[in-house]
Design a protein around this ligand. Structure first.
Ligand SMILES: NC(=O)c1ccc[n+]([C@@H]2O[C@H](COP(=O)([O-])OP(=O)(O)OC[C@H]3O[C@@H](n4cnc5c(N)ncnc54)[C@H](OP(=O)(O)O)[C@@H]3O)[C@@H](O)[C@H]2O)c1
Length: 204
């Protein structure tokens, strides 16, 4: 069964990027033995990201000018980008723009993944939108030895130990890798349908 996994690097104090969307703090880590995501990538059939993350990837990898790199990273697997805007697409890339409630596109995203899993790349609020509707199954957080004063948050939601179970904690180079199972009670099906949990979607 397709699982939806939020995998990201973060600072010790829970940021994905600084206030200018920079990942300098991450690239400054000596990652000679850092996380190898090759096997993880192979298990993913679909990538999901918000528009800031998508625009960061386009720019950082110069993908509009060098679209062949997209296939190197993502192959033919589709990427769903949540946005209210019209954004450019690297030539030949399977990028699908969606907008609005996660619940409305959830089945489409899962179907696109086939037998494989879905990687929610980020940002944190988008991962939270999946959590809100009981659709997030797993977290992989690689904590870097860094902290920031402000920036893009890892998971801006109120969520407690009743919904998160630590499955493993390991060291990979300078990163601490935390893997959590997310418990999704049946009542967390779809906010708006009258069945959401009482804290679903409540920002901290
Ligand atoms: N450390 C890491 O490994 C890691 C991983 C992932 C991301 N990042 C970085 O973290 C930062 C995340 O940025 P962010 O917090 O702004 O999050 P984001 O999810 O990348 O982008 C947020 C934007 O996506 C659009 N969006 C989100 N949900 C939507 C919905 N349901 N319907 C329509 N549009 C929706 C909205 O923009 P519009 O509607 O205006 O387009 C929203 O402002 C980026 O700099 C990224 O590069 C780092």
């Amino acid at each position: 069964m397709t699982r939806i996994v939020y995998y990201t690097a973060a600072t010790l104090n829970g940021f994905l990027a600084d206030s200018n969307h920079s990942l300098d703090w991450l690239f400054a880590v000596d990652d000679a033995e850092g996380p190898d995501i090759g096997a993880f990538m192979d298990a993913m059939g679909v990538f999901v990201e918000g528009s800031s993350t998508y625009e960061w990837v386009l720019k950082a990898e110069n993908l509009l000018a060098e679209p062949h790199k997209w296939q190197q990273y993502y192959g033919a697997k589709p990427t769903y980008v949540f946005t209210s805007r019209i954004l450019p697409v690297p030539e030949g890339a399977d990028v699908r723009f969606v907008s609005g409630a996660v619940a409305d596109v959830l089945e489409e995203i899962k179907a696109a993944a086939g037998e494989l899993d879905v990687w929610v790349v980020g940002g944190g609020d988008l991962a939270g939108q999946f959590l809100d509707v009981g659709a997030l199954d797993e977290l992989f957080i690689t904590l870097a030895p860094a902290a920031l004063v402000s920036g893009a948050p890892l998971l801006p939601r109120k969520v407690g130990a009743d919904r998160l179970t630590l499955r493993s904690a390991s060291q990979q180079g300078q990163f601490a890798v935390l893997n959590y199972e997310v418990l999704n009670p049946d009542v967390f099906v779809v906010p708006g349908a009258g069945a959401a949990g009482e804290d679903a979607g409540e920002p901290q």
